[in-house]
Design a protein around this ligand. Sequence first.
Ligand SMILES: *[C@@H]1O[C@H](CO)[C@@H](O)[C@H](O)[C@H]1NC(C)=O
Ligand SMILES: *[C@@H]1O[C@H](CO)[C@@H](O)[C@H](O)[C@H]1NC(C)=O
Ligand SMILES: *[C@@H]1O[C@H](CO)[C@@H](O)[C@H](O)[C@H]1NC(C)=O
Ligand SMILES: *[C@@H]1O[C@H](CO)[C@@H](O)[C@H](O)[C@H]1NC(C)=O
Length: 492
Amino acid sequence: MKPSILILTVFVLLLLLQTVIPHNYSDALHKSILFFEGQRSGRLPKQQRMLWRGDSALKDGGNLNTDLVGGYYDAGDNVKFHFPMAFTATMLAWSSINFGSYMPANEFRHNLGALKWATNYLLKTVSQLPHRIFVQVGEAQPDHDCWERPEDMDTPRTAFAIDAPGPASDLAGEIAAALAAASIAFKQSQPEYSKLLLDKAIQTFQYADMHRGSYYDNPNVYNATCPFYCSNNGYKDELLWGAAWLRRATGSDNYLEYLVNNRETFGVDYNYLDFGWDSKFGGVDVLIAKEVFEKNVSALSPYKDIAEKTICAVFPETAGPHLSYTPGGLLYKPVACQLQSTAAWSFLILAYADYLSKSSQQLSCGNLKFQPDSLRRIVKRQVDYILGDNPMHLSYMVGYGDQYPRQVHHRGSSIPSVKVQSNAFGCQQGWEIFHSDNPNPNILVGAVVGGPNVDDTFIGKRTNATDTEPTTYINAPLVGVFAYFSSNPNFT
Ligand SMILES: *[C@@H]1O[C@H](CO)[C@@H](O)[C@H](O)[C@H]1NC(C)=O
Ligand SMILES: *[C@@H]1O[C@H](CO)[C@@H](O)[C@H](O)[C@H]1NC(C)=O
Ligand SMILES: *[C@@H]1O[C@H](CO)[C@@H](O)[C@H](O)[C@H]1NC(C)=O
Ligand SMILES: *[C@@H]1O[C@H](CO)[C@@H](O)[C@H](O)[C@H]1NC(C)=O
């Protein structure tokens, strides 16, 4: 072989190698769970691994004479919004239920730990049922007016509550879903805890169904929660979502009847392309489809039919409405923090693929048929995009690989750690850090940020929350997705 040909051959081989080396999905799984430790509120346990964080918000609930210490900050701020926190818990539980068998034992345990940090707190939010439910701790506007570490907070830590008969179907429906889903996730390892969760889920759902309406109908709550986490699409999806999880957790026909009787009037047939912290419809359909696949419960089959339409929408060649893709291949729905939508959809598609496989079926979209692996390939493309196979050559997961966002929109991550600098940074002092071009001193390992624009571009400044803010509900569905690929790293 001539030297030039040899060099060329080696070069081509290297190029090939570069494209076939799979991502380290185990690493991504590990980090996606670790991220939740960076979001913890309350007193940190001895096992805390993300060491730059300290205790925070140890008096939460005080203004209402209750204990609301703990839980998660939802994103880059320091408010505890119970509505998205509950959705996060539901998705961590669903990740464990559907994809836990793909996780190594230690990651399975850590994921349950992340879930329990949420559910221990959610139990506090419903501790005064049947008459009172706690909505949120912290005031969005004053909190957002400061750029402070959680450990330093001197902003109002007002807790908000709704009292019967005030409506709270969306909030209570989601908390019921979270507790019911978690009761399934903990059933084997912690049966007593599981039973407690289920009892509380049932009681919380009663509140949701009995006092119908949106939690932000309450003007105090409206001011505290909106425009951040108003349930814009209404509360009926959460009622079905709560009922669907309770049906799964209890097997009771009461919930089956509820799902059958309310399907049409609650609008399932129209909103099936939405899934995220606000709208649960897409999730309801896929969740219920499992029972139809496994037991052919004909009363529920309309939900499965809609789930099929939902999943068919990801294939551009099918008839009917579609999700779109960026030129670089990312599933794209125009929402703030794009990757939340990609993450939630990836979860649904992968869950559906498993239901198809286990029942030896394929997806039918009119005349077109798709094998379960066709669904998985779409999800793998999403995951690989997130981990760096994208036009920016950037991992959107912080701390994964060498190239990732350094200016994450996150108060705790961007201000020096309390462990390094114990003196408090004031509310205003933090803004200098916010506007600086310096990388964050604390790596919020595993955080998946809001992500790229519709044309695959990403600037990555801390000042742009849409781009660089992580949220707990981006990561929660991804835990399940990474678990699948960590156990099937060579899937193509
Ligand atoms: C994947 O990452 C883990 C760390 O999470 C590391 O232990 C392992 O060696 C990596 N695997 C490969 C194939 O690089
Ligand atoms: C909500 O905020 C508006 C505008 O700041 C204010 O006028 C109104 O009084 C507030 N409502 C309550 C119940 O605090
Ligand atoms: C499911 O049940 C319906 C009637 O309840 C029946 O027509 C259909 O053949 C069944 N499908 C399967 C796959 O068993
Ligand atoms: C944030 O960046 C996106 C592009 O990724 C852009 O569309 C948006 O206008 C930016 N927002 C602000 C507040 O600069």
